[in-house]
Design a protein around this ligand. Structure first.
Ligand SMILES: Nc1ncnc2c1ncn2[C@@H]1O[C@H](COP(=O)(O)OP(=O)(O)O)[C@@H](O)[C@H]1O
Ligand SMILES: [Mg+2]
Length: 268
């Protein structure tokens, strides 16, 4: 498999802070992979994804996207075209005067023809259920709709890698489900996905799970492997997925249940 993102011995700390936000991170993300990142508040998830699209630079180590180092200023523009990031501070991502203009904004800068830009905008706004509101000014949208608009702008650019940082998520459960379905569709189309979420029930659709704890990677493997050991979650301050808790209770009572997603349980 081709690797799209690689972090080698990466450490980072914010200027204003003494302690390291990330310590000696080694991570490779492969083309077409769906990687989900979970971890307690302040464990370094957002810092990690900001390093990936070059918003932050590592203090030690190196970050490469499609073989291009983020520390090379000549590569940054190209890297940001490859890696689209949505959600964290959706408000700050909004630049257009209308929903439509905002979605189309980035396209004017990458040489997409006006016809193609129109087609892409229409398609992503329809997919996200924002098409009817295309002429509205973004400030009239709800918090969740603004998050969707931020995602619309990213999807329209058709990047190779999409990062969704849900840490400030204002999505209701219906919208969250909708976003999850869109991610599944992107995954079927070989887009590389990096999803930061605090919804542990969502992890089972990912190919791979990374659990962050105090600026370090506590676990890196399949969600199913993580589910075998509830301390992977509890040590990081997370409530394990429902199925994992259920199995632990069953085990205490002498029953032998496999770990599976809530949905697989429902199908039994
Ligand atoms: N802009 C910032 N300035 C200073 N410290 C920060 C900043 N952003 C995050 N941090 C600190 O870095 C650590 C990791 O934060 P963050 O990556 O936002 O974690 P997470 O996304 O997992 O909640 C935390 O200790 C946090 O307080
Ligand atoms: Mg965060």
């Amino acid at each position: 498999m081709k690797n799209v993102i690689s972090l080698k011995n990466v450490s980072f700390r914010y200027d204003s802070r003494q302690d390291w936000a990330l310590r000696d991170i080694n991570l490779t993300v492969y083309e077409g992979e769906w990687l989900t990142i979970v971890g307690g508040n302040g464990s370094g998830k957002s810092t990690l994804v900001r390093l990936i699209n070059g918003l932050l630079q590592p203090a030690l180590g190196e970050v490469a996207v499609c073989g291009m180092l983020t520390c090379n200023p000549l590569h940054l523009r190209n890297i940001r075209q490859h890696v689209g990031m949505a959600f964290q501070n959706a408000e700050n991502q909004i630049v257009g005067l209308t929903v439509w203009e905002d979605t189309a904004f980035g396209l004017h800068h990458i040489g997409v023809s006006p016809e193609q830009a129109d087609a892409r905008c229409r398609s992503v706004l329809q997919m996200l259920g924002l098409y009817e509101r295309k002429d509205h000014p973004p400030y009239l949208l709800s918090g969740g709709e603004k998050q969707k608009l931020a995602l619309a702008g990213v999807l329209a650019m058709e990047p190779k890698v999409i990062i969704v940082d849900e840490s400030a998520s204002m999505l209701d459960s219906k919208s969250a489900q909708q976003i999850h379905e869109i991610m599944s569709e992107l995954h079927r189309n070989q887009v590389t996905l990096i999803q930061v979420t605090h919804e542990v029930e969502e992890i089972f659709t990912a190919d791979r799970l990374v659990v962050m704890q105090k600026g370090m990677i506590r676990f890196d493997g399949t969600p199913q492997a993580a589910a075998r050991n509830s301390s992977v979650f509890t040590d990081s301050g997370l409530l394990p997925p429902f199925s994992v808790r259920m199995r632990d209770v069953a085990t205490l009572r002498g029953l032998n249940l496999p770990a599976m997603s809530e949905f697989e349980f429902a199908d039994l």
